[in-house]
Design a protein around this ligand. Structure first.
Ligand code: ATP
Ligand code: MG
Length: 418
């Protein structure tokens, strides 16, 4: 019997998996430089955290959660997103009593029972950042700039930023009512009609062309913002422009989660087909109260690691075959094998990346392994070299070969590699 990864999941395997690490590092680096601390929360939570924190009317809660009863009779859900867990942790640890905002970043696996296709998986990975407890347009702008800088650090040029404001508890109800009036007059299926009553903004997010076609004349949230929301949004836009960030105002941008207020944004990449969102986020002033906390106006984003790798591949931003090590050592004979093992250990301890031929292969097989490793240098050690206390250093790009005393090989290689 043989097994495959479950439907909608896949394995990142070397060397391509290096790209995942590179993307995770680059997307989180700007936040770390901006004072965001690292948070790690469990991969599962009480189901109620997500049904309340993400929202009963969202696709995530109605269709996409991996929920099960554990052996202690608790309803548990594999986390479909990161924000609810982060806010839960911040409340649980009493952080709102200290300096605000609490700025945190995270990275990990998320689980959604989705229709699997390219760029849409049931297990995927995100880098996220949240600034909790402060209402200040500069925080919203900071987060957006951090994401923009992360994509730029990866060399991506095709990422577009869409920006909108969803209003607040003051102005959203009137907009909601106007939108409901409009939507009730459309020709929609029963499920969508129900959605009009529960969360009409989500209808704007419906991706079906027959629905989108009817939405052309829908009232726009930006025409219904109160004075405070308008001024807030204007300030976010001004700060972004001053930071050199290009964006497109999209008054139809709503997002899949119920808790968003005011600033909402999404990053798109056109090289990905229909799964074009590489990241998104926004302000969620009401979330803390929804999960039993005090009012904590907050803003954050989550960037999709898998889709960002795909976007980079679409832009041809990766080397075909990244080198795994700088140096690959080949022993010729049993005694040489012991010496090579010691030499490789010493090189690694000296800070070089080094590997060796294992498994007692012949010279030909071992040299092939050296070539395949992508290493710059091969170290070849035979019994005669051993007697002379030297090792052959072969530059695999030029095929040039020189004998170097074993005691000096680490320094010589460091010099050549720097
Ligand atoms: P979409 O509209 O594509 O379903 P979303 O609004 O559900 O995206 P978010 O919850 O905002 O996505 O998650 C942030 C980012 O995480 C997305 O922009 C995307 O890059 C990534 N992401 C979300 N769901 C998946 C998935 N099923 N597979 C791979 N990446 C995903
Ligand atoms: Mg989704």
């Amino acid at each position: 019997m043989s097994f495959q990864a479950p439907k909608g999941t896949f394995d990142w395997m070397p060397p391509r998996s290096e790209r995942v690490l590179a993307v995770r590092d680059a997307l989180s680096a700007p936040a770390r430089r901006a004072g965001y601390g690292y948070i790690e929360t469990p991969a599962f939570e009480d189901t109620g955290l997500f049904s309340r924190g993400v929202g009963e009317s969202t696709d995530i809660v109605t269709k996409e959660m991996y929920t099960f009863v554990d052996k202690g009779g608790r309803s548990i859900t594999l986390r479909p997103e990161g924000t609810a867990s982060v806010v839960r942790a911040v409340l649980e640890h009493g952080l709102p009593g200290g300096p605000l905002p609490v700025k945190l970043w995270y990275s990990g696996s998320y689980y959604r029972y989705e229709r699997a296709q390219k760029g849409r998986y049931r297990h995927f990975s995100q880098v996220g950042a949240e600034a909790i407890g402060t209402e200040d347009p500069a925080v919203d702008a900071e987060l957006i700039v951090l994401a923009v800088d992360g994509y730029a650090a990866l060399g991506l040029t095709g990422v577009r930023l869409l920006l909108n404001s969803l209003g607040c508890a003051e102005c959203r109800p009137a907009y909601r009512a106007a939108l409901q009036d409009f939507l009730r007059g459309l020709d929609l299926d029963e499920q969508t009609r129900q959605r009009i009553e529960i969360n009409p903004l989500r209808v704007l997010d419906d991706k079906r062309p027959e629905v989108q076609a009817q939405l052309a004349g829908a009232p726009l949230v930006t025409d219904h913002l109160c004075g405070a929301c308008k001024a807030y949004h204007e300030e976010v836009r001004t700060l972004l422009t001053a930071a050199g960030v290009t964006y497109t105002d999209d008054p139809r941008l709503v997002r899949g989660l119920d808790y968003y207020t005011r600033t909402t944004f999404e990053f798109l990449h056109d090289g990905l087909g229909s799964q074009s969102a590489v990241g998104g986020g926004g302000r969620y002033d009401g979330l803390s109260e929804m999960i039993g906390g005090p009012p904590l106006p907050s803003v954050g984003w989550a960037l999709g690691v898998d889709r960002t790798v795909l976007a980079m591949e679409a832009e041809g931003l990766f080397d075909a075959q990244p080198a795994t090590v700088d140096v690959f050592a080949v022993p010729l004979g049993e005694e040489a094998r012991r010496a090579v093992f010691g030499l490789v250990v010493a090189l690694r301890r000296a800070g070089l990346s080094a590997d060796m031929a294992f498994g007692g292969r012949g010279v030909k097989g071992a040299m092939k392994a050296a070539d395949r490793s992508g290493a710059r240098f091969a170290l070849i050690l035979g019994d005669r070299d051993l007697a002379a206390g030297a090792v052959q250093v072969k530059d695999l790009t030029t095929a040039e070969q020189t004998a170097v005393p074993i005691a000096e090989v680490a320094d010589v290689l460091k010099g050549k590699l720097s």
